[in-house]
Every structure is written in structure tokens, then in C-alpha cells.
Design a protein around this ligand. Structure first.
Ligand SMILES: [Zn+2]
Length: 190
């Protein structure tokens, strides 16, 4: 989140997800903000030399150790938080199923969960605090985003929300709103 993706390398939703994932790997390895490190991981992810699902799975296990609120560390009054609210699913049942799956769920205490309410993770943290979003949450968000876009056939779009830039606001559930706005049949390539 900290580095601006180089526009010559990162042009599509798929590439942006890889880039953010590479940043996450850098963050987890103590190389946060190291451009060269991020670019090398990005290239490995893109070429398939590095498998993103397996590379993060081990780290994810670590992060998931213990049942605590992923946002504040509280151990009491835990509830299940949907990173992207299920209410945002729109009309496509496949999207609803994805948002209902454990891929989209983390433990959150009652206080954090009700503070977040019906917002997605980026709306809740806001642009200024985006770097404070826990690694596990980003990791799961990127995975669920990838699956959402894969389902909709939109991984290779360059600016799904058509605001002139490719950024985190082009990921997540934004695409389902776009598709329902355009009245495109679910699953149809756009
Ligand atoms: Zn909490």
C-alpha cells in the first residue's frame, strides 16, 4: 500500500493484486518500502515462479495462531467479521457464496465489529490509515478479490470503477456494483 505501483508494470486488476501481495510479502519479511524487493517478488508471482497461495499459507497459519480480534488483539467477546460485508454481494449468488466463505472471515471483537459495521475494510480504515490494516486481513482481502474478479471474468480490466486510476478501490466488491449498474449478466465477460 505504501509504494505506488509502477504503471509500466502494473496495468490490470490481476497485476495490481500481485503487486499488493508482493508488498505484503515484503512487509512480512521486514523489507517494507524496499522497492527492489517488492519488484522482484512481483515478477516471481507474475511468472508463476512463486506461488502466491502457498507462499502466504504458511505465514497465514502463523497469523491465525490463537483466537484474538484481528484488529485490536482482544480475546473476549469474539465474533465473526466479514472483511467484505455479505450485504455488498449484489445479485450474483456466486459472489454471495464467496463472501460467505471462511476466506472472507476473520475473528473480531464485538466492539471492532460494530465500529466497522457495514463498511468494507478500506472504507473503515480510510485512506490515511491504510497501512495499519493487519497483514492477515490484507492477505485474505487480496485472495477473495482475486476470486471475485476471476468469477466475473474481470481480472484483466485496467480500471473497473472507471475513476481514471487503478488502485485498491478497483478491487473487492466494486466490480459487482459495476456489473449490476451496467446490467451485464453475471459471469459474462466484460
Ligand atoms: Zn477488536
Amino acid at each position: 500500500m505504501a509504494l505506488k505501483p509502477p504503471s509500466r508494470l502494473v496495468k490490470t486488476v490481476r497485476e495490481l493484486i500481485y503487486w499488493l501481495y508482493a508488498e505484503l510479502i515484503a512487509r512480512a519479511a521486514g523489507f517494507e518500502g524496499n522497492y527492489g524487493f517488492v519488484i522482484s517478488r512481483y515478477k516471481k508471482l507474475k511468472s508463476g515462479e512463486m506461488k502466491w497461495s502457498s507462499s502466504i499459507r504458511d505465514r497465514q497459519k502463523e497469523w491465525e495462531k490463537g483466537k484474538v480480534c484481528v484488529y485490536c488483539g482482544a480475546t473476549k467477546n469474539l465474533t465473526i467479521d466479514h472483511i467484505i460485508p455479505v450485504s455488498r454481494a449484489g445479485v450474483d449468488p456466486r459472489v454471495r457464496n464467496l463472501l460467505d466463505s471462511s476466506d472472507n472471515c476473520v475473528w473480531a471483537c464485538k466492539k471492532c465489529n460494530s465500529s466497522k459495521g457495514d463498511r468494507d475494510i478500506f472504507e473503515w480504515y480510510g485512506k490515511e490509515r491504510v497501512d495499519e490494516i493487519p497483514k492477515l486481513v490484507i492477505s485474505k482481502f487480496l485472495k477473495i478479490s482475486y476470486k471475485l474478479h476471476e468469477t466475473q471474468g474481470t481480472l484483466d480490466l485496467e480500471d473497473p470503477n472507471m475513476d481514471g486510476v487503478l488502485d485498491i478501490y478497483d478491487l473487492g466488491v466494486v466490480i459487482t456494483h459495476l456489473i449490476s449498474k451496467l446490467s451485464v449478466e453475471p459471469g459474462k465477460k466484460v
